[in-house]
Write a protein that binds this ligand. Structure first.
Ligand SMILES: Cc1cc2nc3c(=O)[nH]c(=O)nc-3n(C[C@H](O)[C@H](O)[C@H](O)COP(=O)(O)OP(=O)(O)OC[C@H]3O[C@@H](n4cnc5c(N)ncnc54)[C@H](O)[C@@H]3O)c2cc1C
Length: 425
């Protein structure tokens, strides 16, 4: 059973069904499959899969869904997995940062409560793949003060309003500010422009994104970028009339606007995982998982953005495919490891995924994200004082992009040892 019909879940479903894994069912709470690409009208999807023609989001989503159905998977839309029965899928014995024995629970106990057009249902599976994606943290979670006025959106809400519900112009607003410097911010600015709004500025707390610095912005019409600038509050009652900002050095000001779109700051959709006692990683805020996408609960896998927030759709799809192979091995009787070694990062590194090491299976590259720009850092990995990796990055690290770390060194991890620490030197 797969929860979430985005690129990760649909690719996993196609792979599992094509491999003859038995009944493969995908649950999707939206009225149609496809996940986030379904409401991204711009091109740029699937480049890694179809190098000759990157697709727009809806076309890419349709292709993935068609491939899953053709392979024999069934996709049930309008169906939300709400939780696990009281006994849960099994105890969570992995604690972040602490190696521990796990108590195996039989895969047969993997039962989910779901709700859909047919009412409440209870579904039991031999394996569950969580592919529930991620969302941007809303203004409230970012603790931006000000009245609870209309006109405050995340980029995801904006994309849905414009591309799914066809809202235009005044129905959204007239003058907008986009907050964030990640890869989604230019898409938000473009969506606002296409919907007829003026984009006053993009605001980022840090330095300009590397694409700007290298003159590679993907904005069709460049938007003024205010770097080193923090949004300190929202002004207005009923509808916002501006955002207050503080620039580096302490200067303050107000940008007049009636719409503000928050981008970046992703949080995995981890509610279902948490409800099932699946251990979460404090750095990624997604399920703790090893290189075979196995979580702390035997029989429960996780892939795609639920693991750590946003990457490209191609990364999510690739993870879905690789997770399917791991599920197949599990269904064929491969043992669930009773112990894996935690992989933790130290600042200025932000997170790493996977964040558990099962040394014999350490074949998957690690994705690493820094919290701040780092110019050509030396990365080291240490376990119990033993140096496992020392490598100089040949490119700078940027907080809006992950880098891949080859996994060869992870084979030297002592499976009985303490946590592996990844840091810069
Ligand atoms: C504005 C924007 C622009 C982007 N542009 C690009 C681009 O140009 N190129 C690119 O490669 N990538 C792009 N991305 C990134 C890409 O969309 C994501 O990486 C990809 O969609 C992640 O796939 P996923 O399967 O992990 O999650 P998602 O696509 O988020 O899918 C998860 C699915 O799970 C469902 N779900 C969640 N919880 C439940 C539940 N409890 N029960 C049932 N269903 C549930 C959700 O409804 C959703 O459909 C963009 C993202 C955004 C937000």
């Amino acid at each position: 059973m797969i929860v979430g019909a985005g690129p990760a879940g649909l690719t996993a479903a196609a792979t599992l069904a094509a491999a003859g894994a038995g009944r493969v069912e995908v649950l999707e709470r939206d009225p149609a499959p496809g996940g986030v690409p379904r409401h991204c009208a711009h091109g740029g999807f699937g480049a890694a899969l179809l190098p000759w023609r990157p697709l727009d989001g809806p076309e890419y989503a349709r292709n993935l869904a068609d491939a899953a159905v053709r392979a024999g998977a069934s996709i049930r839309t309008g169906v939300t997995a709400t939780g696990w029965p009281a006994e849960g899928p099994g105890p969570a014995a992995w604690e972040p940062g602490r190696p521990e024995e796990r108590v195996a629970s039989p895969a047969e106990s993997l039962t989910l409560d779901v709700t859909g057009p047919g009412g409440l249902e209870r579904i039991t599976a031999r394996a569950v793949l969580l592919a529930t994606g991620a969302r941007e943290r809303p203004r409230s979670a970012r603790l931006v003060p000000g009245a609870r006025a209309a006109g405050v959106l995340t980029a995801g809400e904006l994309q849905q309003s414009v591309n799914l519900y066809r809202m235009r112009g005044d129905a959204i607003g007239r003058r907008a500010v986009v907050v964030g410097a990640g890869p989604v911010a230019p898409h938000a600015a473009r969506t606002l422009r296409d919907a007829g709004l003026e984009v006053v500025a993009r605001v980022t707390e840090g330095q300009p994104p590397s694409t700007y610095r290298r003159g590679l912005t993907t904005d069709r019409v460049p938007v003024p970028l205010l770097a080193w600038t923090t949004v300190t509050g929202l002004v207005g009652q009923g509808r916002i009339t501006g955002v207050t900002v503080r620039h580096r050095g302490g200067r303050t000001g107000t940008l007049a606007c009636d719409t503000v779109v928050f981008t970046d700051d992703w949080i995995p959709h981890h509610e279902l995982a948490r409800a099932g006692g699946v251990a979460l990683d404090p750095a990624t805020r997604g399920p703790v998982a090893d290189g075979a996408f196995r979580t702390s609960v035997p029989g429960v896998f996780a892939a795609g953005n639920v693991l750590r927030g946003i990457e490209s759709a191609a990364v999510a799809a690739r993870e879905g495919r690789d997770a399917a192979y791991a599920v197949l091995r599990h269904l064929a009787g491969a043992p669930w490891p009773s112990r894996t070694v935690p992989l933790v990062v130290e600042p200025p590194l932000l997170w790493v995924s996977p964040n558990r090491i099962d040394a014999p299976l350490a074949r998957r590259p690690f994705l690493l994200r820094p919290a701040e720009p780092l110019g050509l850092p030396v990365l080291v990995a240490v376990q119990d004082g033993r140096l496992l990796l020392r490598t100089r990055r040949l490119t700078a690290l940027d907080p809006s992009r992950s880098v891949r770390i080859a996994p060869h060194w992870a084979h030297a991890v002592d499976p009985e040892g303490g946590p592996v620490v990844l840091r810069t030197r």
